[in-house]
Every structure is written in C-alpha cells, then in structure tokens.
Ligand binder design. Structure first.
Ligand SMILES: CC(C)(COP(=O)(O)OP(=O)(O)OC[C@H]1O[C@@H](n2cnc3c(N)ncnc32)[C@H](O)[C@@H]1OP(=O)(O)O)[C@@H](O)C(=O)NCCC(=O)NCCS
Length: 335
C-alpha cells in the first residue's frame, strides 16, 4: 500500500475587504458584537470578475507552483464548493479546462460544506494509497457574499461568512515522516435543516424563471442557521472525531504540534482546544481576517500557518471540521 502526503498549498482571496464597520452601515450590528461572538474583524467579498472558478484557478496555480508541478503532472482533481458557477456541470470540470492540461483527468465535485476539505482529503488519500493516482489537486472555492441576507434580518449569519479559495497538492510519499496518517469523516442528516440554503432547489426549478419573490419565498433564498444548536454540536463532534483518528493511529493529543481547525467561530475552537487540553498556541486561526470560508477555510489557514512559520516539515498536524449536513471529521497529517 502506498502513502500520500500534503505537498503544497495555495490560496486566493478577493481584493475587497469588508470590515465589521462596513457591515454596521448595512444592518443593525456592531463591531463589538461580531468580535465578541465570533472573533471576526473583517472578511473578503468578491467584486467584478471574481468567481468561484477564478479563485479556484488562482489558488490551484499557486499550489502547483509551490509544488513545482505543471497541470499534466496532476492525475485527478477533487473540487468542492457550496454554490458552483453552474448548477451543472461541476466547477471541477471547468477547473480542468482552465489549468492548461493537455490530457484528460477525472474531476470529482463534492458537496460537504465546511467538512468538504476533509472529505476531499480522505478521497485523495485513498486514491493515492490504492495506487489509482500519484498526484491529486484538491480545491475548495467559496462565494458566500452573493447569497447572504445583508439586512438586519440576516445578521446572525451574514456577519460570519466570507469568500475565498484554498488548494493543496496531495501526492504519493515514500517518506516515513511525511504522510497522511488518516481521516475520520461522519454525517448526521437528521439535522440537515439546522443549517441550510434551501433554494434554488431541483424540486421546483421550473418556477424560478418567472419568479416574483414574495416575502415568504424570498427567505428560502438565504441561508438558515440554528446558531446555538450548530455551536453545541460543533464543540462535541470535532473533538470526538479527533480522538477517534488519534486512537486509530496511536497518536497522543500532546504529540500534535499544530491544530488547524475549520474557521467558523473562535469561541468554538477555543472551547474545543481547552476541552482537549491543547494550548491555544498550538493552533492557528485566520477567522479574524477571512471569516468562515467553508471548504476553503482549512487550506487557507494551513497556508497562513506555513507562511507564518508555525507549521514546519515533519510536524504532526490535526485538521478538524464541522458543518452543514451535519458533517464533520478530523485528519492527522505528518507534514
Ligand atoms: C451565530 C452565533 C455567533 C451567535 O452567537 P450566540 O452567542 O449564540 O448569540 P445569540 O443567538 O444568543 O444572539 C444573541 C442576540 O444577538 C442578536 N444578534 C444576532 N446576530 C447579531 C449581529 N450580527 N449583530 C448584533 N446582534 C445580533 C440576536 O438577535 C440575539 O438578540 P436577542 O437576545 O435580543 O434575541 C453562534 O451561535 C455561532 O457561532 N454558532 C455556530 C455558527 C457556526 O459554526 N456556523 C457554521 C458551522 S460550519
């Protein structure tokens, strides 16, 4: 059986910075409330010409450059986002078109929200372990800003999310100190409606052409979240998954050098780390500057940690995520 490693990262965030003060002008909120409840100071929103695909392309090119590989050195693409450029085909195929391949490769689109990166990583790792492929490009690219209710009615959600993309190259490893140990992933669909964007839906696509958005119907075009319920489950499930994968690979929590948690809320991450007895300094966060970027949040934060010199080759990393579905997971990586 082969092993795989996380070889490189790349990111792309929109140019436009939206501060909490900017949001105060759009809705009844305050910088103090947002920072206290979530740790967020600012986030990015797309502008002219920036799309799910364009950010994915930029992040991918950076990851390829950092790994010193060309498109044709990549054997497969795994792509994920909440809302893609088209309802179909998936953005993974568009990415294959844009990156300059002279060959065809499989492009898998996944939809696992904030846990998408860990779901994608487990697929890339399994493909490489099984010998199907040697090198996989894994990308999350997310646009929230175009589907948020930016009035006071939507303030509990719209202050939390931002746009951005993160990519990694996962490749075959023959090193004993640089490989992905394993990933645990889960889902619990009974809570699907606790965090959801219901429309547009395949059940009634025929209505949308002539849609007149009445008040009731319009609400479904913005995300809904039962914040407290999501919070409680996130704090429970992420440590559970991390302990599961640590047990599987006989890694003690104190031997983890750095935790890269999904960036939904700094208080969630602080509570988890405290509960696990892992000092906050042994983790890295970008929520203050990017908000919650769903599937992009782990690669964005990992990239940031590498740039900051906080993650070095050979370190044992824990990646943890929780999100809509509910879905959640944890990965252990010898970087
Ligand atoms: C959303 C979240 C930050 C809210 O924090 P909270 O401490 O639960 O806050 P509450 O829901 O108790 O809201 C408190 C009050 O602030 C108000 N409020 C909500 N959003 C606000 C905003 N942006 N600005 C100001 N006030 C706001 C609420 O209306 C409520 O007012 P009320 O007490 O008069 O009814 C928190 O629940 C959370 O982070 N949940 C998980 C989010 C998450 O992880 N999502 C993604 C998963 S991947």
């Amino acid at each position: 059986m082969y092993k795989s490693r996380l070889r490189s990262t790349g990111i792309c965030v929109p140019k436009k910075v939206v501060t909490n003060q900017d949001l105060e002008k759009l809705m009844d909120t305050s910088d103090e409330w947002i920072q206290q409840r979530s740790g967020i100071k600012e986030r990015r929103w797309i502008g002219e010409g920036e799309t799910t695909l364009s950010m994915a392309v930029e992040a991918s090119k950076q990851a390829m450059q950092n790994a010193e590989v060309q498109a044709d050195d990549i054997d497969a693409i795994v792509f994920g986002c909440l809302v893609s450029d088209y309802i179909f085909p998936g953005t993974g195929c568009l990415l294959q078109r844009e990156l300059g391949f002279s060959k065809t490769v499989p492009a898998l689109d996944i939809r696992n929200q904030c846990s998408g990166f860990l779901y994608g990583l487990s697929v890339a790792d399994a493909w490489i372990r099984a010998g199907f492929y040697k090198r996989v490009l894994l990308v999350g690219s997310e646009i929230h800003s175009t589907s948020l209710d930016k009035s006071t009615r939507g303030r509990d959600i719209s202050v939390l999310f931002g746009d951005g993309a993160g990519a990694v190259i996962v490749e075959r490893s023959d090193k004993d100190d640089q490989y992905i140990l394993g990933t645990a992933i889960h889902s619990e669909g009974q809570y699907a409606e606790k965090l959801t964007l219901p429309k547009p839906s395949s059940n009634d696509l025929d209505k949308y052409g002539a849609l007149i958005r009445g008040e009731d119907e319009a609400r479904n075009f913005y995300p809904f979240m039962d914040g407290k319920f999501v919070f409680k489950n996130a704090v429970r499930r992420m440590p559970e998954a991390l302990k599961e994968v640590c047990d599987q690979h006989s890694i003690a929590l104190e031997n983890i050098d750095c935790v890269i948690p999904h960036q939904a809320n700094i208080r969630i991450n602080q509570m988890i780390l405290e509960g696990l007895g892992i000092p906050l300094e042994k983790s890295h966060h970008t929520i203050h500057k990017y908000g919650n970027t769903t599937m992009a949040s782990i690669p964005l934060t990992l990239h940031d940690a590498i740039q900051a010199g906080k993650v070095k080759e050979g370190d044992t990393l824990a990646l943890i995520a929780f999100g809509a579905g509910f879905t959640w997971g944890a990965s252990l990586v010898k970087f």
